[in-house]
Design a protein around this ligand. Structure first.
Ligand code: IMP
Ligand code: MG
Length: 185
């Protein structure tokens, strides 16, 4: 059985998410925003973050898959993986983003490929502003130059699960964020 090590506790996460929500509330005071969650990993973060934002807000969701050539999960853990393969849009947003304040909500910024593609896609809508909120950031993994505007935690190059993040679709429902050791089977 895979052993998990807690990296960020639910209390640490809740405190930081509250700070991010307060920051967004200040930055967009008096305005409306659209939170665009990137399926599926951001679902838990979006649900908590949204309730810490005291603004007129709507939700949308976008689906993108960068796992075209992702190795089998066991290989991925041993060798790491690079999502530099093909990126596929699996669900587009439902509403136009034109002249809106758009905040893309993502679980983790890794190589930067996913958000680079998403940014290009959403900028084509001509939003008023486009910001990125990412709960986690692994800057050491970056392949494309990209920064989050609202970042929860900067973490080392470890494979993490929980609070929406998965390993082969599992563990999304954990309340804490945990590391799966790379040498686990
Ligand atoms: P990027 O395109 O390489 O930035 O990849 C971002 C996506 O890869 C995230 O939305 C996650 O779905 C996935 N990902 C990257 N690192 C991890 C991790 O440590 N645990 C779980 N998913 C991850
Ligand atoms: Mg994801």
């Amino acid at each position: 059985m895979t052993e998990l090590k807690v990296l960020l506790t639910r209390d640490q996460i809740q405190r930081r998410v509250a700070e991010l929500g307060a920051e967004i509330t200040r930055d967009f005071a008096g305005q409306s925003i659209i939170l665009v969650g990137v399926l599926k990993g951001s679902a838990v973060f979006l649900a908590d973050l949204a309730r810490q934002i005291k603004l007129d807000a709507t939700f949308d969701f976008i689906g993108i898959s960068s796992y075209g050539n992702r190795p089998h999960p066991t290989q991925e853990l041993k060798n790491g993986w690079d999502s530099t393969g093909e990126v596929k849009l699996t669900k587009d947003v439902d509403q136009t983003m034109k002249d809106k304040n758009v905040i893309v909500v993502e679980d983790i910024l890794d190589t930067g490929l996913t958000l680079t593609v998403l940014k290009k896609l959403l900028l084509a809508h001509q939003p008023k502003t486009l910001k990125i909120a990412a709960l986690l950031d692994k800057p050491s993994r970056r392949k494309l130059p990209l920064q989050g505007d609202y970042v929860g935690f900067t973490i080392p190059d470890e494979f993490v699960v929980g609070y929406g993040l998965d390993y082969a679709e599992r563990y999304r429902n954990l309340s804490d964020i945990c590391v799966i050791p790379r040498n686990s089977s």
